[in-house]
Structure formats: C-alpha cells, structure tokens
Design a binder for this molecule. Structure first.
Ligand code: DX5
Ligand code: ZN
Length: 220
C-alpha cells in the first residue's frame, strides 16, 4: 500500500475563518488541501472562485488539490493555475477534449487530475491515463458536502487500481465524498491512496484528532 495522503475539503470549513481552518489542518499533518470549485451548472451549487485560492496561497504551504466542477473548465485552467493550484482536476463528463485539457494543465507545470462521477465507468478514461497524475473517483454525487458514501464505487476503485498496477503507472487514486474514520478503510482496501474528507474533519470537535484517527484507520 502506498502512503496515505489526507486532503481535507474546505467546502465544510468555516467561510468566515478560512485562514484559521486551513492552518488547523496544516498543523494537524494533512498533506493536501482540497478546494472544490462549483459553477451552478455542472453541479447545482456554487462555491469559491480563483480569488480564494490566490488569497490562501499566501497563507499555506499545503499542496492545493483543486477540484473543478465546472461545465466550462477549459476557460478557467490558466486562471486556476496562476492563482496557485498544485493539482488541477477536471471532470471527464464536462470536458469535450480531455487529452487537450490535461496537456494544457501540464503546460502550466501543474499536476493533472481527472474526476469521474459515481455512475461514469473507468473505461471512459483509459485512453488518457498516460496524461493523468491523479484519478478522482467521486463516492457521492458531486455538489454538496455531508452526503453518504456510495458503496457501489468500491468496485470501481479496485478496477482502476488493477489497471494502474498492471500497466505500472504512477497515478494517485483519490476518493471524494462521505468519507469518515468509520468507513475510510473501505476505499483504501480497494486501492485508494488520497482521501478527501470535508464534513467529517471540519465538523469534528478536534480536527487534529480526527485526521490522526482517520490516517490510523486507513493504514490499518
Ligand atoms: C462534493 C465535493 C466534496 C465534498 C466532500 O461535490 O467534491 O469534496 O466537500 O465533503 P464530505 O466529506 O462532507 O462528503
Ligand atoms: Zn471535491
């Protein structure tokens, strides 16, 4: 098993205290910061703009793991790259020419991710794996924090893990949605190594404790 990376999703952080909350997860040993960008079209919700990334970049050394839930992601890659993202992930379902988009992300010196909604099969991205640094498998329907983990995605995680292993590719498997200390070992057992968690971390009484426990459970 590769090292587990924890990527707290600031969608569930306190919007009036973002700097404080980001510092808390950084001090707690999280490796990434998951930043959800929503446009009200690809998903029925709105969140942050690139300005928030630009502002947080000055306050944090975490790896910024930016999840673009945008219908028109291609229009905004340069802006999100320039704002200080480290990993830029687009949805397969939203991008007409995935290869070109991934190449564009790399042209800014950033890592490129592809995300799949729970119902989208892994087959849809087999032809872009050589251009992909991270596959982000949604374990809830994208759009909102605080939903329940969809167990049917476990099969997809193992399927992707096998493909990556067989082809000896260096691709992270990230899971996003409904992950708690209680269920984190399920996606990890199936092959995931990057864990996004929003409400379970930010709504807990002790962020550091929750991250430590989650990591321990994942590594068990
Ligand atoms: C949902 C987002 C998630 C969300 C996860 O569309 O992509 O990153 O913040 O939140 P929890 O962990 O609460 O399900
Ligand atoms: Zn996300």
């Amino acid at each position: 098993m590769s090292k587990i990376i924890i990527s707290p999703s600031i969608l569930s952080a306190d919007p009036a205290n973002l700097e404080r909350d980001v510092r808390l997860v950084e001090e707690a040993g999280a490796e990434y910061l998951h930043i959800d960008i929503m446009d009200g079209h690809f998903v029925p919700n709105l969140s942050y703009s690139a300005n928030v990334i630009r502002a947080l970049r000055k306050k944090s050394n975490l790896i910024f793991d930016v999840h673009l839930m945008l219908q028109d992601a291609d229009k905004f890659i340069d802006e999100f790259a320039e704002a200080g993202s480290d990993i830029i992930t687009v949805h397969q379902e939203a991008v007409p020419n995935l290869k070109e988009t991934l190449k564009n992300i790399h042209s800014f010196g950033k890592k490129a991710g592809v995300s799949l909604k729970p119902g989208t099969p892994v087959d849809m991205i087999l032809n872009v794996l050589d251009l992909t640094d991270v596959v982000l498998l949604m374990t809830v329907e994208p759009g909102f924090g605080g939903q329940s983990y969809l167990h049917q995605v476990d099969k997809k995680i193992s399927e992707l893990y096998k493909i990556i292993n067989n082809q000896n590719l260096n691709i992270g498997i990230e899971v996003d949605g409904g992950i708690t200390e209680e269920n984190v070992n399920r996606p990890v057992r199936a092959g995931a190594n990057i864990i996004v968690s929003g409400s379970a971390i930010f709504n807990s009484n002790n962020i550091k404790d929750t991250i430590n426990k989650m990591r321990k459970k994942a590594e068990q």
